[in-house]
Design a protein around this ligand. Structure first.
Ligand code: G3I
Length: 374
């Protein structure tokens, strides 16, 4: 309760006296896309630790929504059964309040980055179903309750469906059964009835996966569980998936009567070892020089390909702005992107809207002209 008071005091103080004057004009993504959908970014732990640096200021100039890239994942925020570590998450909230941003929480239940203690009893044996449900409830309720009024939407369940459309056999699934998904949404709804609750996943354009996600959402809806939105993680590259495939999925998810969000958007310009890799962090590939071709600089031809591809995606997002409520890029600027280290560590990628010079890329100008002439 103390921290909620603290956050409210920060909120009131910020609103009443120190709210900075920020650009919302046509020289920013948030200015250009104003009234169409939120344009967001993910804040890394490093950025939250090094307060008030240049990059955080640029993030506030360019974006009107934020999501924590890592600091609300259970391994970080709830490392032991009785221990919560809210330091970076509180800092995230403070920053969002200071700049009047839409804040999304990421992520309540995910098979990855869940600490081992979650699934073990005091003897080190696998925890029983009722106990795991109890732990899930405690985790979800604590987080959602603490950030009620500040976090407006939660990625409640992340990546529960495999590429073939079946349920991912996570520990939550194996111990509780598919009902863990219903329960996660139920606990989150009870903790904050006003927050929007989302399902978030990658490779959402694959037909089998899309069918699986739709089956799951329909089943939840039939049981009276309200899902407010679907997050299509947008980890794409210069050629895959096609715009058409992406469009088909936006339409299919919107047809469920839910909001659609493009979450985790980034366009890798680097060669992928195989055509489709998704975003599974367990997929790793060994480093080879030829797979890291732009160490010093991105050639103009590739830069142009990036701009064209990015423009095509934004035209698509604008076409569906009735269904799409937010587009979030997965990182503030290129040097912070996870793509520099996935699926191969130590590469130099250029996947985001802001470059290593901390300036918006050419796409901002293209979008400005496009939106003005529409
Ligand atoms: O914080 C430690 C640091 O202390 C240590 O020195 C360093 C050494 O490797 O690791 C640091 O932790 C890393 C963390 O990112 C913070 O940088 C982890 O190893 C690394 O696994 C972790 O990767 C994150 C990954 O999720 C796993 O949580 C990426 O930054 C993050 O971009 C990525 O995001 C996910 C979404 O949440 C869900 N969708 C897919 C997406 C990409 O995998």
């Amino acid at each position: 309760m103390k921290i909620r008071n603290f956050l409210w005091i920060c909120f009131v103080g910020i609103i009443s006296c120190t709210k900075p004057i920020e650009k919302n004009s046509l020289d920013s993504f948030k200015g250009v896309l104003n009234n169409r959908f939120y344009i967001g970014t993910a804040l890394s732990n490093e950025q939250l630790i090094r307060e008030d640096n240049k990059i955080l200021r640029e993030a506030a100039n360019q974006f009107n929504a934020i999501v924590p890239e890592n600091c609300m994942k259970s391994a970080l925020i709830h490392p032991q059964k009785e221990v919560y570590n809210f330091t970076l998450a509180d800092r995230f909230i403070e920053y969002g309040l200071q700049h009047d941003m839409w804040m999304t929480g990421h992520t309540l239940i995910w098979h990855s980055q869940t600490p081992d203690w979650f699934f073990k009893d005091s003897n080190g044996n696998e925890v029983k179903r009722d106990e795991l449900i109890h732990r899930m409830k405690d985790h979800i309720t604590t987080l959602v309750h603490r950030y009620k009024d500040f976090i407006k939407g939660w990625d409640v369940v992340n990546e529960a469906i495999e590429d073939d459309g079946s349920y991912r056999e996570t520990k939550f699934y194996k111990i509780i059964g598919p009902e863990y998904i219903n329960l996660a949404f139920k606990f989150a709804r009870e903790a904050d009835p006003k927050a929007e609750l989302y399902y978030n996943d990658y490779s959402m354009t694959l037909p089998e996966k899309r069918a699986g996600v739709i089956r799951m959402i329909r089943a939840l809806q039939r049981q009276g569980i309200r899902v407010d939105g679907i997050g299509m993680q947008g980890h794409v590259n210069l050629t895959s998936p096609s715009i058409e495939a992406f469009e088909n999925s936006i339409v299919a998810y919107a047809d469920l009567g839910v909001k659609v969000m493009i979450t985790e958007f980034d366009i890798s310009v680097l060669p992928f070892p195989n055509e489709h890799l998704g975003a599974d962090i367990n997929t790793t590939v060994s480093y080879k020089e030829q797979l890291n071709p732009y160490k010093e600089k991105l050639p103009d031809t590739i830069q142009q390909k990036f701009n064209d591809r990015c423009f095509d995606f934004f035209k698509l997002f604008l076409k569906y702005d009735k269904a799409i409520t937010r587009v979030t890029v997965w990182g503030v600027s290129d040097e912070y992107s996870w793509k520099n280290d996935w699926p191969i560590t130590g590469r130099t990628d250029y996947p985001l809207l802001i470059g290593r010079n901390h300036k918006p890329k050419e796409i901002l100008k293209q979008l400005t002209t496009y939106v003005a002439n529409k």
